[in-house]
Design a protein around this ligand. Structure first.
Ligand code: FRU
Length: 489
């Protein structure tokens, strides 16, 4: 009962039973948003990997479909991507038609190869190409092909990880069947043990222009522990990706946003991605019994210049506003130093909370060691069981934290508790958007400039919201609390 009532999200996709990890084959086919995913249907553990499948018309309400790719004698069906082969460049479809083509990894202990399958029924069932594998480099750590169409050169481009060697290989193809290596990237950035799930995408820059971004997931060995996704901003000329600077940035400052994948063929043209809310360090031990694995909200991605003029990926939930119900009445306004307020929250609804805060200036002339060194604004989600999820802003040092230590539903050595990020070196202001949904929290700071994604396991619903200050007063502005209509399960 706990799994369902307490931990099962209502606006995030989860599998009814079994184990889910990476999003796969993200494609809009003109009618549906497809969400395929790494899936063991038999047990809530990573094991016999198939491709699960769900479809949606709004990225929020998902409908389960039959398993799309099985584990076969050729191996497990590991991560891969989908494209719409609308003009039958593969020659696999009946004359005058096209359809969905997926490229994915078949994995055994000995070999990882890239394989192709196609669907003539809108992505429900797939036929495997008789000439598989389409790529075999004699490696057992060669996986996760992501394919995009490159308009300027009129060819398909695949990025795929030579995992243990920390390399991304770029291939090109006219027909999705025959692939030629065109360049390599890496080792670069954070190596971790394996490179996984590369994604290459052209993102719009706020204010004009575009830049190419290469995302590379690493596991294990992330700075926060376990798995994390990094990205490089640069140029791609159809052959080679060149980063602007030898600088790498992590897409998330917490621990549960991995293996992100971008949608192909988005009708609006806005880049949208989904990540797996999990971390290989503890994803098979989290306290649900019959199912494990949560997808992040779909997120619209862009680039924005930061204070140092570096381009950073910014993220915002895509489509969530449509689920907002009538606002919950709440006014906070001005809080003097050391003061707080508490509001009741509905126990059984996901919440979308936005606010911005400005902390008072540091008092002048304080002796060293005085409390005036920190001026904090703290948001606490709590319950009668003494669980506490704490999110806070230390305005004098310009940092935000996300702390799940006070939640008592799960403990495991790698389920580390507290994360932080530097946000505002020069102001005492920050804006928050917090999406709280059962076992998940997604924290978007300063319009998506920094994002923290975390699994959370309280022992009862978090039905109280506290806001308080320490060390300095603060003013809360533009506070809105929306319950979200249940979209699934
Ligand atoms: C990433 C990953 C991929 C692999 C898949 C297996 O989380 O390890 O590299 O294809 O999961 O399920």
């Amino acid at each position: 009962a706990t799994d369902e009532t307490l931990y099962r999200p209502s606006v995030h996709f989860t599998p009814a039973t079994g184990f889910m990890n990476d999003p796969n084959g993200l494609l809009h086919d003109g009618r549906y948003w497809h969400l395929y995913y790494q899936y063991d249907p038999f047990a809530p553990y990573a094991g016999q990997v198939h491709w699960g499948h769900a479809v949606s018309t709004d990225l929020m309400h998902w409908e389960d479909r039959p398993i799309a790719l099985d584990m076969t004698e050729a191996g497990e069906a590991f991560t891969g991507s989908a494209v719409l082969d609308a003009h039958d460049s593969s020659g696999l479809f009946p004359a005058g038609t096209g359809g969905i083509v997926v490229l994915f990894t078949r994995a055994t202990a000995k070999a990882q190869t890239q394989n192709l399958a196609w669907s003539s029924d809108g992505g429900t069932s797939f036929t495997e190409y008789a000439g598989n594998p389409v790529l075999d480099v004699g490696s057992n750590s060669f996986r996760d092909p992501k394919v995009v169409f490159h308009r300027e050169t009129g060819r398909w481009i695949m990025v795929v990880a030579l995992a243990r060697q920390h390399r991304i290989i770029f291939y090109a193809s006219p027909d999705l069947l025959h692939w030629t290596e065109i360049s390599r990237f890496g080792p670069a950035g954070l190596p971790g043990v394996d490179y996984e799930c590369p994604n290459l995408v052209e993102l719009p820059v706020e204010g004009g222009g575009t830049r190419w971004v290469l995302f590379v997931s690493i596991n294990p060995g992330a700075p926060q522990g376990g798995s994390a996704t990094q990205y490089f901003v640069g140029t791609f000329d159809g052959t080679r990706f060149v980063p602007d600077e030898p600088v790498v940035t992590l897409i998330d400052f917490a621990k549960d946003f991995y293996a992100l994948q971008f949608y192909e063929n988005v009708p609006s043209g806005d880049p949208v991605a989904i990540g797996w809310m999990g971390n290989w360090q503890y994803c098979e031990e989290t306290p649900t019994r019959s199912w494990r694995g949560v997808m992040s909200l779909p997120r619209r991605m862009r680039l924005r210049r930061d204070a140092a003029s570096r381009l950073r990926v910014v993220q915002a939930p895509e489509g969530l506003e449509a689920l907002r119900g009538p606002e919950i009445e709440a006014t906070v306004g001005r809080l003097e130093a050391g003061h707080g307020v508490e509001l009741p929250l509905p126990a059984n609804a996901a919440l979308d909370i936005v606010l911005s805060v400005e902390v008072d200036p540091r008092p002048s002339g304080l002796p060293p060691g005085d409390k005036g060194r920190s001026g904090r604004f703290i948001i606490g989600f709590a319950n009668a069981n003494d669980d506490l999820l704490s999110i806070g802003f230390d305005a004098f040092s310009g940092q935000v934290w996300l702390d799940r230590e006070g939640l008592h539903g799960f403990s495991q050595p790698f389920f580390t508790e507290s994360f932080s990020v530097a946000v505002t070196p020069d102001t005492r202001k920050v804006s928050f958007r917090i999406v709280l949904d059962a076992c998940s929290v997604e924290l978007f700071l300063n319009d998506g400039m920094d994002v923290g994604t975390a699994l959370i396991f309280p022992t009862a619903a978090l039905d109280r919201l506290r806001m308080e200050t320490s060390g300095a007063g603060a003013t809360v502005r533009d506070l809105h609390i929306y319950p979200l209509a249940r979209a699934m399960n």
